[in-house]
Design a protein around this ligand. Structure first.
Ligand SMILES: [Cu+2]
Length: 462
């Protein structure tokens, strides 16, 4: 639910730390009223009512920032502040973000627009905003210390530039970024082409999200910001499955998905049931002649990728990061591999001491997903989500592309589970099993199996 609110009355219970950053009422009066968002739901696309028309994007579990026109300039107001983000139903995180949410709202403009962005800092430390991928005057690039003074708590800075290049971009702080990005400060930016563009197709649905990650221990609310690699929540727009909304499309829609990576590792993003092309990066549109078909595209740290496909296959198609540890939630990452280990003897001994003891892992970890184990406060099961055929056993960076022939244009509501036509679902075989005919392979002798090893010599160095 979007709420316009008085800027100063917005200091909620959570922002005790930030209240040090009191903002002058007089200074704020002339600025565009900050618009905030408290819900983590996917908002309907924001149809432009002023300026050049464009086909808006849908931010997964997010929203687009409204603007005001002021003498032909698009004016936005970002407020850097402490926020509460629901990571998935059952877990909330205390993060930093913009205008009530992490990630901040998506900013959408049109190629050639003059854009003015006011940034008010309600954090307890200084910040800045870098407009990743944009062509702009050097002093607007948002690198504190290098191109500008940092924005001190309580201060408002103004960025102004022309959105010169159509494409897929993002924004994030370039001040204490190890802390500020680990706390969730980031947002998406889309510059739409002003006219038909030879390398930018018109599409029916255009989704955007950021890849990010957090290290929040079960029972805690605030991410550990010194973590370098070992994150336990792999998120899309600061959400994990089953909290990531499905991408709902109509059959035969042309679909674009724009993804940016602001986590500390790469993510091979994989789509089932369709092949796509990478049509753009944060450097711009990929020329038609340089595109090739993929079902997985690796998105490196700091990169953005724009993929496009024709959604011509009905169904509920998995869409996820292909690193299997990234489709898991917090808990149990230090578990040793016990597959094939017979626990029965030791389990019996332990249960004499601890009556409720239960052995886990000897047949894989799927048992975990089925168990309703008591969890610490404010965490999520490691693998979760119920599908029409049982547990999906997923967490983290996972969602579903839902392709339906009767989905109305512009309707993004979840249509429920796919109804498979009779006879099109894999199931247990009950028929007769025909004995396989096998070719008789002659036995090899000991002599033939001998391996010749060539040792490297000095002159083989390379
Ligand atoms: Cu990943």
């Amino acid at each position: 639910m979007s709420s316009r609110r008085n800027f100063l009355s917005g200091l909620g219970a959570l922002t005790a730390a930030a209240s040090a950053a009191a903002v002058s009422k007089v200074a704020m009066a002339a600025l565009p009223e900050p618009v905030t968002q408290s819900s983590a739901d996917t908002m309907a696309p924001l149809q432009p009512t002023t300026g050049r028309p464009y086909n808006p994007v849908v931010t997964l579990n997010g929203w687009t920032l409204p603007w005001r026109m002021n003498n032909g300039v698009k004016e936005f107001h970002l407020v850097a502040e402490a926020v509460v983000r629901e990571i998935a139903p059952g877990m909330k995180a205390h993060l930093w973000g913009y205008n009530g949410q992490s990630p901040g709202p998506t900013i959408e403009v049109v190629e050639g627009d003059r854009v003015r962005i006011f940034v008010t800092n309600k954090l307890p430390e200084h910040t800045s905003v870098h407009w990743h991928g944009q062509r702009l005057p050097n002093g607007m690039d948002g690198v504190s210390g290098l191109t500008q003074r940092s924005i001190q708590p309580g201060k408002t800075f103004m960025y102004e530039f022309i959105a010169r290049r159509a494409g897929t971009f993002m924004y994030h702080p370039h001040a204490d970024e190890m802390i500020q990005m680990a706390m969730g400060m980031m947002g998406f930016w889309v510059t739409h082409p002003k006219a038909k563009h030879p390398q930018i197709a018109e599409v029916d649905r255009d989704f955007v999200f950021l890849l990010n990650s957090y290290d929040i221990e079960p029972g805690a609310y605030t991410p550990k910001t010194s973590t370098m690699q070992d994150f336990n929540l792999w998120t899309w727009n600061s959400r994990v499955f089953p909290g990531i909304d499905p991408l709902v499309v109509r059959k035969n829609d042309k679909v674009r998905i724009r993804v940016g990576n602001l986590s500390m590792t790469n993510h091979p993003i994989h789509l089932h049931g369709h092949e796509f092309q990478v049509t753009g990066t944060d450097g711009g549109a990929v020329p038609h002649t340089a595109r090739w078909p993929e079902v997985t595209t690796d998105i490196a740290v700091g990169q953005m990728r724009q993929i496009e496909f024709l959604a011509d296959a009905e169904g509920d198609w998995a869409f996820h990061c292909h690193k299997s540890h990234h489709t898991m939630n917090a808990m149990g990452h230090d578990t040793p591999n016990l597959i094939g280990v017979d626990h029965s003897e030791v389990a019996q001994k332990i249960s004499e001491l601890i009556p409720a003891y239960m052995a886990m892992g000897e047949r894989g970890m799927a048992d975990m997903a089925k168990m309703d184990m008591p969890l610490p406060a404010n965490t999520l099961p490691m693998m979760d989500g119920e599908g029409p055929f049982g547990g999906v056993e997923m967490g983290g960076m996972f969602s579903v592309l839902k392709v339906r022939k009767d989905q109305k244009p512009g309707d993004y509501r979840d249509p429920g589970w796919y109804q498979h036509p009779a006879g099109t679902v894999a199931q247990e075989w009950h028929g007769e099993v025909v004995a396989a005919k096998r070719k008789v392979v002659p036995q090899t002798t000991q002599q033939e199996q001998e391996i010749h090893i060539r040792k490297p010599h000095d002159n083989m160095a390379h």
